[in-house]
Structures are given as C-alpha cells and as structure tokens.
Design a protein around this ligand. Structure first.
Ligand SMILES: [Zn+2]
Length: 437
C-alpha cells in the first residue's frame, strides 16, 4: 500500500485497514524507532477501538529491532507529551487520529522533551525509511514494560491548581480526558457533569471547533445552570469554553484573559490566525508578542526559541511553558477556573472586556489553485500592510484578513476580523465578488 498519502504535515493519519494495514504499521514503527534511536520508546494510545491492536503491532515492531518499549496504555495527547518528559525518554509514538471519526487512526511522533516530529523535523525521513523497509535485524528482542501513570499525571495537574468550588459541565468527545478530569474533580473539589465520556458511542464528531459538534453541550447548558462549560476534542489537545448562558468564547479572548494572569514582563506566542485581542492585550500590558505559523510544531518551536510562557492558536490549542511548552486542554481549563476563582466574577463578565472584534469565523473554500487565490486577495486589498508569515495576512486600521492553504485539508482558509459589523460585511462582500474557485 502506498503510505505517502497518510503522512500529513504534523502526523500520520488515515482509515485503518483501508489507507494503511498491519504491514504498514510495522514499517512505520520500525522507521520511527530507527529515526529516534532511543534505548526506550514511549508507546501510548487513544481510546479508539482499533488502538489496542495497532499498539500491539507497534510494540512488536519496535522490540524486534532491539529497542525497549514503555507502554502507558490509554491516554490523551498532552499526557503523552508530559510522560516523555516525566520519564525522561528520548521519544515516543502516540497512536491517535486526533479528532477524526472512529474508523481513522494514526501516529503522532515526538522526540526528546516531547518535541513534535513534523514534515520539516523528521517525518519525511521516517516516511523514506518506512518506504525502503530495509531494517537491520537485531539479535536481542527489546523489553516491553507497562506502567500506569494516570495517578501521577493527575497529581501533576492538580499541583498547578487551587481547590475549586465550581459546578462545571464537560463534553469529552469520547476521549481519554474524561478519566483524567473525573479524577481531578474529586481531588480539587469541583462538581462535574460529563457528556460523551471515553469509549461511549460518539454523539457527534470530536472536533468542537465546528458549531454542529457543540449543540449537545449548549442544549444541556440551557436546561441547567453551570459555572462553566468545556468542550474537549477527542485527544484533548484542544478546548473551547462556554459561558453560563452557553455562549462559545473565541480562543483569542480566552488567550487574552489567560495572558493577564502572568506577572512580570513575559513573552507570548499567537498563531497567524488568532484574533487580535490577544496581541492587543499582551502589548498593552508591556509584554512581548511573537507571531507564529499555524500548527503546533511551529508554536512550540517559537515558544522555546523566545522563552515564551504561554501560546495560543485560534483552533483552541493553548500552550504552557509549565507544561513543557506543549498544549494541554485540561491544563488550560484549570488555568481558566483559577482565574475565575480569583476574580470573584463569572466568566461572562470577565470575558466582556476582550469582546472587541467582529469575526467572520473560519471560511473554508475548496480551491484548486490556492496560490492564485491568495494573489487575487492580495491584489484586492493591496493598500494594507502585508505579512507572508503564513499564507498572506493583510492589516488595515479597522480590519485584517488572513488567507492560507490548510496543512491538514485540501482547503483555502480565510479569517477576517473587523472593529465593527459594517466593516466586516463590506470586506466579506469584496471577497465574495472575487468569485474564488
Ligand atoms: Zn486534537
């Protein structure tokens, strides 16, 4: 089978038994072990039905080359990142297809300190090794050790929070975050109503960035009052927050609010499409603000390079220096709850001051020639200040626009933010008149 198409920008992903087979798993696992060349390799998996079978193949392939495996069982992507750091390992493989539907599966690969391996940092090399499939046999078979680190992980998370007297509702998108947050609720004292727990049959797709997937939690929040609503994606590296009234809050507003909880002069990283309020707030407070390309690989790199304390993406990823520069949805949730606790207000009144811009939301267009479309947009808005950090961003006094080719899907993504509704409408109309196809 041609494995070329399952190698994406940041991970390996496809429909199991259609896009990749057991034989491919063996090749990919051997290639990863060879690339990482670590004595012991961390192996973890998400809660998908196909994950245990794939994990078995992965462990078998790795140990056949003489490397040892530390198997930590079912966990979230952030817990996987934490475990590489906690166990001081040089790398690992997480079996997950992030928020993709159940029939999908795949691999996220990390090196030491949980540095993500993407297209530009080794994933192409791994693909090449897998395609060649020429691995030298080892005389010794590696050892497989199993360890349950969940309790230790929960203690780590809890050590970054005060006791929390809240009533919250969370939609876990059937991911492993449910078992972690349940344990945390007992430890920290908050009341938890759970929707779509681990291994439940999915009621919606595991991607809370799309509104159709948050109908469930919104409905529940209409029926009863909670202090906070939280929707995780399936592997819990992304999260969206809802006010008491069930209103979904934009990631840029959450990022702006979190940034104000850091004292001293700090550095923050925002991706190329996150709302401007994050940048405005950090700069107003005298901090340094760095822009990064979209994608966790780039945000993590920028944070380490500039020694940033916190980073955020418009897609609900929140990164913390205290979380080994990785993104963690549960860590972000605890941060938000602690901020609410200290403010003695509710989230709705807290977030008001950050609600300054009107947004188009992500506009996704199926376009063959994305570069041509980007050029056309640039020509139409040629009077603005241009940045080519990721696709094109064009800044005007009262609005800005970004257009970029997605790394994960065959789409052109456009984001517009304006100071008022009227401007937003005008920009949208101009864009529509371009008839981009
Ligand atoms: Zn995810």
């Amino acid at each position: 089978m041609d494995i070329d198409k399952i190698f994406k920008a940041y991970d390996i992903r496809g429909i199991y038994k259609k896009d990749f087979t057991k034989k491919d798993i063996e090749k990919i696992a051997k290639a990863t072990a060879t690339f990482l060349n670590a004595k012991k390799i961390l192996v973890a998996m998400d809660a998908r039905k196909s994950s245990p079978e794939i994990k078995k193949e992965v462990a078998k392939a790795i140990t056949s080359l003489g490397y040892d495996v530390l198997d930590i069982g079912v966990c979230t992507t952030p817990m996987f990142s934490w475990a590489i750091n906690d166990q001081n390992l040089k790398g690992g493989i997480m079996i997950t297809a992030s928020h993709n539907p159940e029939e999908y599966n795949g691999f996220k690969i990390s090196a030491k300190k949980a540095e993500p391996i993407g297209k530009n940092s080794g994933l192409l090399k791994i693909k090449e090794l897998a395609q060649k499939n020429n691995f030298k046999k080892s005389k010794n078979i590696g050892k497989i050790t199993k360890k349950n680190l969940t309790e230790k992980y929960v203690n780590f998370l809890a050590s970054h929070s005060e006791k929390l007297d809240f009533n919250i509702i969370a939609d876990f998108s059937c991911g492993a975050s449910s078992k972690i947050v349940k344990k945390l609720s007992k430890k920290l004292g908050f009341k938890l109503t759970s929707l779509c727990e681990m291994s439940e049959t999915p009621k919606h797709e595991g991607n809370p960035a799309k509104d159709k997937n948050t109908k469930h939690i919104k409905e529940k929040m209409k029926q009863k009052e909670y202090d906070l609503g939280v929707a995780f994606d399936t592997d819990a590296d992304r999260v969206f927050f809802f006010t008491k009234k069930g209103k979904k809050i934009d990631s840029s507003e959450i990022a702006a609010m979190i940034s104000e909880s850091f004292s001293g002069k700090q550095t923050f990283v925002g991706n190329a499409t996150i709302g401007k309020i994050f940048e405005d707030t950090t700069k107003n407070n005298g901090h340094r603000y760095i822009k990064s390309k979209v994608g966790h690989v780039f945000v993590k790199q920028a944070m380490k390079k500039h020694n940033a304390v916190f980073g955020a993406e418009s897609s609900g990823h929140f990164y913390f220096k205290d979380f080994f520069y990785a993104d963690s949805a549960v860590f972000a949730m605890l941060k938000v709850l602690n901020i609410i606790k200290h403010s003695k207000k509710d989230l709705q009144s807290l977030i008001k001051k950050y609600d300054k811009y009107k947004r188009s939301g992500e506009i996704n267009l199926k376009i063959k020639d994305k570069n041509l479309a980007i050029k056309k947009i640039q020509q139409t808005f040629k009077k603005g200040k241009v940045s080519k950090l990721d696709g094109v961003s064009i800044y005007f006094e009262n609005f800005w626009i970004n257009a970029r080719a997605s790394n994960t899907e065959n789409l052109l993504r456009i984001n517009i933010e304006a100071k008022d509704k009227n401007t937003l409408k005008k920009v949208q109309a101009k864009l529509k008149a371009l008839n981009l196809t």
